[in-house]
Design a protein around this ligand. Structure first.
Ligand code: ACM
Ligand code: ZN
Length: 466
């Protein structure tokens, strides 16, 4: 609600020390407003107030004699702080008098970035996190490994980033359709990259300051074409082949590898949720592999889907030992869903609907709902090459994560939604930004704003004014 008149901010804004440090820093860095924290009658008083209702709720008031930020919890403080940054960004020091009462519709407001098909630096990701926070997004799903290259630094398996992070060609189609070979780190003209543990610590720490959880994804059993370049014994044939996509589920060494990697992952990522992939296993070698066949026989698994389900259940047990919760792509429903798994629904909404109706938590990220923001957003005749389909700004904006087909008493299992940014055609960071924006902003509103308050025309107007 709008008040009458304006409030002029002084040269130096005094704030309660409770205003999150990152907001104080950004007020000065982005808006050029000097900030001084004080408990003595600050111009911006900040308090926690449990009586505010709603998720991450806050109330921000600008009055004639000062400003007040009330928040339900520490997330609410950050969200209210981001709103203040937006106001100052739009109005400068002369703020309109107003009162904003706000809260989030969903807990999971995510972006996934694939850094395997094209590597993106930690500094670039830190920039992306700042942008996410600006729009109150709070989950960064980091797709760290895939057939395009392994990016996670492991002390125990150093060959992963020495031999499976650098490829012969940068161009995705030329490489993926015809080559798929990796070369050693340091090879002239090799294309790729990997993070150091310090890079990861920096990203995770910056995200934490912004209230963003970084959810790492380490894939199994499919999308693992890069692994045999470093450790061929992880695949059924025990060597690199063009079509070696999956790990061998027969051998215990595969599970030791995965557990060792998880150990190192969990040292760096405090996230309760850990994503283990689970999508699009080719299942082309398991049936003829003596070890996989022996596993199926011994465990009474009737087909490849049940073999896949076996891996996911074991991954779930490994994570449970550390008190962590497994997320997988919706293929983990095939062959029997692991009892406590959270499902990320990407092949439309049907997997999400099924899982929610079974009482599992779900994150919606359907390509058909527009949430694959690697798809075209404008006329393909004049757009840079993209993958597959068409996902306009309006389509993303219009997405409602709660399908009618979910029983009303199961709807709380929909934790939120996420836009996925796959990187096959993200050759450069400007291209990546072009794909992410403004569609990420449309999603941000779709997961934050109450359904009845969404209005695309109004969104377009505000976006143009921003
Ligand atoms: C996926 O797009 N394969 C999750
Ligand atoms: Zn095998």
């Amino acid at each position: 609600s709008w008040g009458k008149g304006h409030a002029q901010l002084p040269e130096t804004l005094t704030v309660s020390p409770l205003l999150p440090q990152i907001i104080q820093t950004q007020l000065s860095q982005q808006a050029g407003i000097k900030v001084r924290a004080t408990t003595k009658a600050p111009l911006l008083s900040v308090r926690l107030d449990r009586r505010l209702s709603g998720r991450e709720a806050y109330r921000l008031s600008v009055g004639p004699r000062g400003m007040q930020l009330l928040a339900r919890d520490s997330s609410g403080l950050l969200q209210g702080g981001q709103t203040l940054l937006q106001l100052v960004g739009q109005y400068g020091r002369r703020l309109p008098q107003l009162s904003i009462t706000d809260s989030a519709r969903f807990a999971w407001r995510g972006i996934m970035l694939d850094v395997s098909r094209h590597f993106m630096s930690a500094d670039f990701i830190i920039q992306l996190l700042d942008e996410m926070a600006r729009y109150k997004m709070n989950r960064f799903h980091w797709h760290l490994v895939d057939g395009g290259g392994w990016r996670f630094p492991s002390d125990k398996y150093p060959l992963l980033t020495k031999k499976a992070a650098w490829r012969t060609l940068a161009d995705w189609d030329s490489w993926w359709q015809h080559d798929r070979r990796f070369v050693d780190e340091g090879t002239p003209r090799a294309y790729g990259g990997a993070y150091t543990k310090d890079d990861i610590r920096r990203v995770v720490a910056h995200a934490a300051r912004l209230g963003i959880t970084v959810v790492p994804e380490i894939e199994l059993p499919g999308h693992s074409n890069e692994l045999p370049a470093a450790y061929p014994e992880l695949t059924c044939k025990g060597k690199w082949t063009f079509d070696a996509t999956d790990v061998c589920i027969g051998r215990e060494s595969t599970f030791r590898f995965f557990e060792d990697i998880l150990d190192e992952v969990l040292e760096l990522f405090p996230s309760y949720y850990i994503h283990i992939g689970g999508d699009e296993a080719a299942m082309n070698h398991w049936g003829s592999c003596p070890d996989c066949r022996a596993r199926m026989k011994q465990e009474g698994l009737k087909d490849e889907h049940e073999l896949q389900s076996y891996v996911i259940r074991r991954a779930e047990k490994m994570l449970a030992k550390y008190g962590k919760k497994l997320i997988g792509w919706d293929e983990i429903l095939e062959g029997g869903l692991a009892p406590t798994a959270t499902v990320m629904s990407w092949q439309g909404e049907k997997g999400g609907i099924q899982a929610a109706n079974m009482g599992h938590d779900v994150i919606m990220t359907p390509g058909s709902g527009g949430l694959y923001i690697d798809h075209y957003q404008g006329d393909p005749k004049i757009e840079p090459v993209a993958i597959c389909c068409y996902s306009t700004l309006e389509k993303v904006y219009s997405y409602n994560p709660i399908p009618e087909a979910i029983a009303p008493d199961k709807r709380h299992h929909i934790k939120g939604a996420q836009a996925n940014l796959w990187a096959e055609y993200l050759y450069t960071t400007p291209l990546m930004q072009y794909r992410a924006f403004p569609r990420e902003i449309a999603l941000a509103e779709a997961v934050w704003t109450p359904l009845e308050k969404k209005n695309y025309k109004d969104f377009e107007r505000r976006l143009d004014n921003a």
